[in-house]
Write a protein that binds this ligand. Structure first.
Ligand SMILES: [Zn+2]
Length: 422
């Protein structure tokens, strides 16, 4: 079978530390990549993400990325109409180099396909808290929601009904598409905050976003009864978070039963209206972003990275979103858990996505040759997504993958008879 591409993400400090030629030698000779993308805007995160230390970085054991910085030349004219301006790096070793230009030139010399990613949080939390708090998501209590049990990303989750937030990310994408020779721009920005699904797999979403002024204005414009939505969601949020003694009793009652999700959606139609509203809002934002990229460079493909399996809890409706994006990347990193059953069942999420976006939409499956992944699990993962009709593969990530695992990707594809299209 033919796949369009084998790609992976490269960080600017990888290029600084290893050198672009060494990285591309490894991608071509070990894993057999015909494509790669660079993290053009990266969120605050430790690399490598799961293991303590890098397997093959010659300069450092690990690296903590700055909060939401750009690693390309910020062309100021691209942000004339954007209230929010992007930030470059404060670190000396990363300053003064256009890492994306260096990256793209290196790939093109070898005939490889190029891409750039705008990562989870386009805005840093410091400015989110101080200057742009009106662009951030709010929970039903008016607070900026946490992401899961962590305090990370709390003051930087942009609301996709905020025109300023949308214009900012669109300006970054237009800057990238118009100034760099890119085949693809990918985004994995956090859609809508999913609340606390660990409290309840559906009703926990009521602790998420968004209930900001921009959302209220847009919902009312669409004719929704916003006051009723807020009242219903607030009542459920109180219950799920045990906000008072009555709510706590209600939660006990709920937990002793086994009502289905469908039952709750029928019982609380305002909850369903709100979930649909969030998904419509995110699709409209993706549509604007995709059109902006195509206007800046018709050759640049726009790819949505579907980061979380329960996309509907994050405001993603792939049946609609799939109509406005060019391709889908899946962030299925089962191999890194070392759990064979999870890897064997990788095809389920892929089939969900395929059912929603249709036969003709390009789906680039995900795989993780890092942390607890072994060559056997990598080959099994490739086998499962290949048989489930993936159109390509994107692995997370070069920086955390030992050479043995990079080789296993090439071997796994060869054993399945997969050839990359020229
Ligand atoms: Zn909002």
């Amino acid at each position: 079978m033919f796949w369009q591409e084998l790609t992976t993400g490269i960080y600017p400090w990888d290029i600084h530390d290893e050198g672009i030629e060494t990285i591309l030698d490894n991608l071509q000779n070990l894993s057999g990549n015909n494509a790669a993308y660079m993290l053009a805007l990266m969120h605050h995160e430790k690399r490598p993400l799961h293991a303590n230390y890098y397997p093959h970085n010659p300069v450092r054991k690990r690296y903590i990325a700055e909060d939401s910085r750009c690693y390309f030349t910020i062309h100021e004219e691209s942000y004339r109409h954007s209230r929010i301006k992007p930030l470059g790096s404060d670190r000396e070793f990363l300053q003064g180099t256009d890492w994306l230009e260096l990256f793209v030139n290196g790939l093109r010399r070898r005939g490889m396909k190029t891409g750039a990613e705008i990562s989870h949080t386009p805005l840093d939390s410091e400015r989110g808290l101080r200057e742009f708090s009106d662009c951030l998501q709010r929970d039903v209590y008016g607070n900026t929601p946490k992401f899961g049990e962590y305090d990370i990303m709390t003051n930087q989750q942009l609301c996709w009904n905020s025109p300023d937030a949308r214009d900012y990310v669109c300006a970054i994408a237009a800057d990238l598409a118009s100034h760099y020779d890119l085949d693809m721009i990918q985004t994995c920005s956090l859609p809508f905050n999913p609340g606390r699904l660990d409290y309840h797999s559906l009703l926990g979403v009521t602790l998420g976003g968004c209930f900001c002024k921009n959302c209220e204005r847009e919902a009312r414009r669409q004719g929704l009864d916003w006051d009723a939505i807020v009242r219903t969601v607030r009542g459920l949020a109180d219950m799920v978070s045990q906000a008072n003694i009555d709510a706590r009793e209600d939660l006990l009652c709920l937990r002793q039963g086994d009502s289905s999700h469908t039952s709750f959606l029928i019982e609380y139609p305002e909850l369903y209206q709100w979930l649909c509203f969030r998904a419509r809002s995110f699709t409209a934002y993706l549509d604007q972003l995709c059109q902006t990229i195509h206007a800046a460079n018709p050759r640049t493909e726009f790819r949505l990275n579907t980061c979380w399996k329960e996309g509907e809890m994050y405001g993603i409706n792939l049946r609609e979103a799939g109509k406005v994006v060019d391709s889908i990347r899946m962030m299925d990193y089962s191999e890194q858990t070392g759990d064979r059953d999870r890897v064997y069942n990788k095809d389920k999420w892929l089939m969900n996505v395929r059912r929603m976006v249709g036969e003709d939409k390009t789906i680039i499956a995900g795989i993780a040759p890092r942390h607890l992944a072994t060559p056997e699990l990598i080959k099994l993962g490739i086998r499962r997504v290949a048989l489930a009709g993936a159109d390509g593969l994107s692995f997370g990530f070069y920086d955390g993958a030992c050479y043995e695992n990079l080789r296993a990707i090439h071997e796994g594809m060869e054993e399945m008879g997969i050839t990359l299209r020229k």
